[in-house]
Design a protein around this ligand. Structure first.
Ligand code: ADP
Ligand code: ADP
Length: 228
């Protein structure tokens, strides 16, 4: 599903953020990316859907080469769900409208269809009663669950998470992780940058450890955490 082959990434001429990174995520697999701050985790995730260009190697997403000038990047990105540390909901739109917008504008779905899908997903993340509120009226944990639902509304082939819980108060972390665990168990292909080792231990198939731009460990969870 996601193939990362010998990827080099430079920020400017003198700083190499990714060094010969090779890994892959197969369909239905959950891969957790961890490592110290500044080791390139966020950069690696961003390169997967071409939010950052790469200078060497290749990334192939569902058979499509991401770093090929002929690739339709907006279309490709619309098929990969991305959830960031900050929720990035549209503040002036009600929750349900946040869920409908891209479905209608990018996928061209009719409003009724987008609405039905949006409601179903709000129910899935346990926020049905908040549909007509604005983002600022929700807690951080609730907003992050909306962000996940919004990404899912696009029927993504894979989901990328970049520290989805690190901006949240401790008591809200588990409500977001619960939604992610549910997704993982449902067979979603996921690449997750997180420091939540409890989450990794529960659902990760593999754990990648990065250090100074290199993938220094890429192991099955049982090898990483020891046998249960
Ligand atoms: P992590 O997610 O592991 O904390 P990042 O991928 O965010 O690491 O960053 C890796 C390195 O690249 C860091 O040294 C960071 O300062 C640098 N970096 C990240 N984004 C940029 C950018 N847009 N321009 C220049 N350097 C950057
Ligand atoms: P994250 O790790 O969640 O991407 P950061 O706080 O590291 O968030 O970075 C926020 C933004 O600043 C990103 O767009 C990143 O690319 C950019 N950035 C990070 N480090 C640097 C840097 N050393 N020089 C320039 N831009 C940077």
């Amino acid at each position: 599903m996601i193939e990362i082959n010998h990827v080099d990434k430079w920020y400017g001429p003198s700083f190499q953020a990714l060094k010969d990174c090779t890994t892959s995520v197969t369909k239905g697999e959950v891969v957790v990316v961890c490592g110290p701050s500044g080791s390139g985790k966020s950069t690696l995730i961003k390169c997967v859907n071409a939010l950052e260009p790469i200078q060497g190697g290749e990334i192939i997403l569902d058979g499509i080469k991401v770093n090929d000038p002929k690739t339709d990047l907006p279309k490709l990105r619309s098929r990969v769900g991305m959830v960031f540390q900050h929720f990035e909901l549209f503040p002036h739109l009600r929750i349900i409208d946040n869920l409908c917008l891209a479905q209608e504008k990018v996928l061209g779905r009719k409003h009724e269809e987008a609405l039905a899908k949006g409601k179903k997903l709000l129910d899935r993340v346990g926020l049905t009663e908040h549909a007509t509120k604005f983002p600022a009226q929700l807690s951080g944990g609730q907003q992050q669950r909306v962000a996940i639902a919004r990404a899912l509304a696009m029927d993504p082939i894979a989901m990328l998470f970049d520290e989805p819980t690190s901006a949240l108060d401790p008591e809200m972390i588990s409500e977001v992780l619960d939604v992610m665990v549910d997704l993982a168990r449902d067979g979603m292909t996921m690449m997750v940058v997180t420091h939540e080792m409890g989450f990794a231990n529960k659902v990760a198939d593999r754990v990648i450890f990065m250090d100074r731009g290199e993938i220094v460990e890429d192991a099955k969870k049982t090898d990483f955490f020891g046998k249960p």
